[in-house]
Design a protein around this ligand. Structure first.
Ligand code: 5GP
Ligand code: ZN
Length: 112
C-alpha cells in the first residue's frame, strides 16, 4: 500500500497526532496554509468524498473529531474553515479522503 495517509494512519510515516480515535486521526499539514492547519483523516481508505458508502458513519466520526481538534487547538471561538478538495478540479493531491481544518487567521473568500 503506497498511500501516504494510510502509512501515517499505520504510523509507518511519522506525524504529530493532535487527535486519534478508532476511526479518525488528525495531524498538522506538512505545508501549512494558516497558523493552524490540520488534516482530519478517516483511518479507512476512501479515495474521496464520493467514495464513502451511504451507510457509513464516517462523517459523524469526522465531525466529532473536528469538534475536538478545534477546541484543543483553541480556534473554536475565533473560527476556522473546513475544506475537502475533491478530485482534479477540486485540487485534491492525496487520494485518501481528508478534511483540511484551517484557522488562526481571517480566511478570504472566494478561495483560489
Ligand atoms: P489535498 O491537496 O489532497 O487537498 O491535500 C493534501 C495535503 O496533504 C496537502 O496540504 C499537503 O501539504 C499534505 N501532505 C502531503 N504529504 C504529507 C505528509 O507526508 N505529511 C503531512 N503532515 N502532510 C502531508
Ligand atoms: Zn489511504
Amino acid at each position: 500500500m503506497s498511500c501516504i495517509f494510510c502509512q501515517i494512519v499505520d504510523k509507518r510515516i511519522p506525524a504529530n497526532f493532535i487527535y486519534e480515535d478508532d476511526a479518525v486521526v488528525a495531524f498538522p499539514d506538512i505545508n501549512p496554509q494558516a497558523p493552524h492547519h490540520y488534516l482530519v483523516v478517516p483511518k479507512v481508505h476512501y479515495e474521496n468524498l464520493l467514495a464513502v458508502p451511504k451507510d457509513s458513519d464516517v462523517f459523524n466520526r469526522v465531525y466529532s473529531a473536528i469538534d475536538q481538534v478545534v477546541n484543543k487547538a483553541g480556534i473554536a471561538e475565533t473560527g476556522f474553515r473546513v475544506v475537502v478538495n475533491t478530485k482534479d478540479d477540486g485540487g485534491q493531491t492525496v487520494p485518501h479522503l481528508h478534511f483540511h481544518v484551517l484557522g488562526g487567521r481571517f480566511m478570504t473568500w472566494p478561495p483560489g
